[in-house]
Each structure stands twice: as C-alpha cells, then as structure tokens.
Design a protein around this ligand. Structure first.
Ligand SMILES: Cc1cc2nc3c(=O)[nH]c(=O)nc-3n(C[C@H](O)[C@H](O)[C@H](O)COP(=O)(O)O)c2cc1C
Length: 141
C-alpha cells in the first residue's frame, strides 16, 4: 500500500457553525477510521484546510466525496503525494480550533496578516501541518 497524503483548501458557501463542524467531524471520524485514514481539519469561518492520509485509493475516494459536498466549494489541492509516514496517525480526523494559538502558529508559515490557504505554497502548508502535528502530540494526555 502506498501511503498517500492529500492536502486541500476550500471555501465555505454559507455560515458554518460549531454544530455543523461537529457533524462533519463525526461523519469523518467514523468513515475515515473504517478506511484507516487519518488527518486534520482546520476551519476559520471562511476557509477549510484539510489533510487526509492513508492508502491512495482511500484518500482519493474520500476526497472525491468531500469535493461534492455542497457546504463548501472551490476545493484546491495544495499538496498530493506519497509519504513515508503519517503526521496525524493518532487521529481519524483531528480538529484545529480557530484560536489565538492557532493564528500565532499560522503567522509563522503563512505570509500576510489574514489566513488565506489559497495563497500558501505547498511547502509552507506542509510545514504548518507538521507544526499542528507536533502541537497535537504535545497536548495528548
Ligand atoms: C470540509 C469538509 C470535510 C470533510 N471531511 C470528511 C472526511 O474526512 N471524511 C469523510 O468521510 N467525510 C468528510 N466530509 C463529509 C463528506 O463530504 C460527506 O458528507 C460524507 O463523507 C458522507 O458520508 P456518509 O455517506 O457516511 O453519510 C467532509 C465535509 C466537508 C464539508
């Protein structure tokens, strides 16, 4: 099995509240776990940034399904390829809440004062995800 990572961003088409984020996370965690897919989701009220890691077939089929979801649009791949290890092996879908700490972390990797994943290079996105992975591991009990 070739371990594959997909990273994309998209824009919400309407207001997405915390209940909707919970719904997305519940479905994602159930479905992804069944296919041994791990990853992380970030949402800042305008943009989604998501990473999916797993077998090439699984991440592609999940990504295609996500792209058809009417809650967001303009999905744009930021990074795609085979990787030697997972960044989020412990999480079927981790969630990064939009906090001051998240903004501070993003400011180290994204240029500009506003978070806009469409303007980030693949390299910066991966470095940001690596930082999220490290911080999630640190916050584990
Ligand atoms: C931003 C975003 C991220 C999502 N991430 C996932 C995901 O990682 N895995 C997943 O199965 N569904 C994800 N979904 C939900 C899918 O689009 C779709 O609603 C769901 O997979 C349908 O699952 P079901 O057929 O089991 O109801 C996401 C949706 C959005 C809007």
């Amino acid at each position: 099995m070739s371990l594959t990572r997909i990273v994309y961003c998209s824009e919400s088409v309407k207001h997405i509240g915390s209940n909707e984020i919970s719904d997305i996370l519940d479905v994602s965690r159930t479905n992804n776990a069944k296919q041994a897919v791990s990853g992380v989701l970030l949402f800042n009220s305008d943009y989604f940034l998501q990473c999916l890691e797993g077998s090439r077939a699984a991440v592609n089929s999940i990504y295609c399904r996500i792209c058809c979801d009417q809650r967001h649009h303009n999905a744009q791949l930021l990074a795609y390829g085979e990787v030697s290890e997972r960044l989020f092996s412990a999480w079927s879908m981790a969630y990064i809440p939009w906090t001051e700490a998240t903004r501070t972390m993003i400011a180290q990797y994204a240029s500009g004062s506003e978070f806009n994943p469409y303007h980030m290079s693949s390299e910066s996105v991966i470095r940001l995800l690596e930082a999220f992975g490290r911080s999630l591991l640190k916050s584990e009990p």
